[in-house]
Design a protein around this ligand. Structure first.
Ligand code: SAH
Length: 460
């Protein structure tokens, strides 16, 4: 086992919980025989091997996966000299599942493994619970228990992302560990999935020197006669409401599981606004769900706020097609309409037309994919927030999200304040939330904290 010795002082961030070692932080690599392989040289490291990381003062920091071709040369996965075999992966997966015990994983779809935060750097596993969508649309049960009565117990599907070389080289161990852990009769066994699908079509793989990869990895049978039908699409229940999910062709891993609590939360605020309005006058609320994807916000709002009419806007035609199907599935199609548009152009157009909304959700894609794009991204966020604020009625609600990791909570809040100044509005923050606990945040590792969602009321 080689040892990576850090330059003086570089251990501090790691002692604080950050699990990465950058190439420029390395003083030298010491080979197993004790010899020095060249000061500062990472060339002697082999792709995907394991190495021990130590401070300049020889404090042991932990064991890591190594990729000499990446700027992130080592990713720590353990504070001790733990080996990596199938047993290791099974242990980590069991720990990750028990960490999510506050979820009812028999009914709820959730992220089971969140990479570094679950001490499995570069591995993401989302688990979806539901049924293949083979039943006729108009006839699909509208609640979970009815679905169980009709189709029997739900199935599950795993959607995985393998983002690093260290994990890629161990993909067979990971798959076997997932299968054995989930299929176990006890000890965290949630039941074998119907299928495992890969969605490693993410750009960070390229930084690791890996090609993009996606598709059905394994089908465990039993779902339907033809495996393909069993995979895409499925119907899951999110907070009690049915949603179509395209595991193979949808965005991300098929559904934005990280927004599930915010969907519900936004719907509650908007329903509350509806109730208050109704006491004053009989008036329909108008709601804009901007960057709606398949309607996570819009569908929950349509259910809870009966007087709301929601317009869902997205640039993806496929997403809006699924959204319309989701509206039918939920029987709320009369309260939701869709428009395919670029969000910047849409908001500009509505400003010219002097349209007003009572509530606006902004959930754009990550404008900043890295710190270098930060300034430009903040301009983008500020522009849409500023325009949205101009479109809101007094007393109206803005739900504003950002999934850019590079923008932290205080930067986001400053952006909102600046947008409010420029829009000439005064805001009250009703709530502010980060990602839910199935996407846990590793303290000291800010990269694991990415989702921000602010709930604001327009005072003036
Ligand atoms: N609100 C959704 C998730 C949104 S993800 C939910 O809770 O499920 C971001 C969405 O923005 C994606 O659906 C993507 O298609 C859309 N999008 C990306 N660029 C856009 C643009 N320029 N204009 C409008 N929508 C855009």
């Amino acid at each position: 086992m080689k040892r990576i010795i850090l330059k003086r002082g570089e251990e501090r961030r790691i002692l604080g919980g950050h699990p990465w070692v950058y190439d420029n932080e390395i003083e030298q690599i010491v080979s197993s025989s004790g010899g020095t392989a060249g000061a500062g040289s990472v060339a002697s490291l082999e792709t995907g091997e394991l190495a021990d990381v130590e401070s300049a003062g020889k404090t042991y920091l932990g064991r890591a996966f190594v990729n000499p071709a990446s700027k992130i040369v080592a990713r720590l996965y353990s504070p001790s000299k733990e080996g990596v075999d199938k047993g290791f992966f099974k242990r980590r997966i069991r720990e990750a599942i028990s960490r999510r015990a506050s979820y009812d994983l028999c009914r709820e779809s959730a992220r089971l493994v969140f990479a570094e935060a679950d001490q499995l750097p570069g591995l993401i596993v989302d688990r979806f619970v539901g049924w293949p969508a083979q039943a006729a649309l108009a006839d699909f049960p509208r609640n979970f228990d009815e679905a169980v009565a009709r189709f029997g117990p739900p199935l599950s599907w795993l959607v995985i992302q393998i983002l690093t070389v260290g994990m890629e080289m161990r993909r067979n161990l990971i798959l076997a560990a997932l299968e054995e852990t989930l299929g176990a009769r006890n000890d965290g066994g949630l039941g074998l999935p119907a299928a495992i699908i890969e969605r490693s079509n993410v750009r960070v793989r390229e930084l690791e020197g890996l090609p993009l990869a996606e598709g059905l990895i394994k089908h465990f049978g039993g779902a339907t006669e033809t495996p393909r039908d069993a995979v895409d699409p499925i119907v899951i229940f999110e907070s009690g409401l049915p949603f179509f999910v395209h595991l193979e062709s949808g965005q991300k891993t098929g559904h934005y599981l990280d927004q599930k609590e915010n969907h519900l939360h936004a719907a509650r605020f908007i329903a509350g606004l509806g109730n208050a309005e109704r006491m004053l006058e009989e008036r329909q609320l108008t709601v804009l769900d901007a960057c709606s994807y398949t309607g996570g916000f819009a569908i929950h709002i349509a259910h809870r706020a009966q007087t709301a009419q929601t317009l869902a806007v997205d640039s993806s035609r496929e997403a809006l097609e699924t959204l319309k199907q989701n509206a039918l599935l939920n029987g709320v199609e009369a309260r939701i309409s869709v428009e395919e548009a670029d969000i910047f152009e849409f908001l500009r157009g509505r400003e010219r037309a002097r349209t007003r909304f009572d509530a606006i959700i902004l959930d754009p894609p990550a404008f900043a994919k890295s710190h270098t794009q930060l300034k430009e991204a903040l301009r983008g966020y500020k522009e849409i927030n500023l325009r949205a604020l101009k479109l809101l009625n007094k007393g109206g609600i803005l739900v504003s999200c950002s999934c850019s990791q590079a923008i932290d909570e205080s930067g986001f809040k400053r952006m909102i304040r600046d947008a409010a100044i420029d829009a000439g509005r005064r805001l009250l923050q009703l709530d502010f939330r980060l990602q839910p606990p199935d996407h846990p945040i590793l303290v000291g590792y800010d990269e694991s904290c990415y989702l921000k969602c602010g709930f604001y009321q327009v005072l003036v």
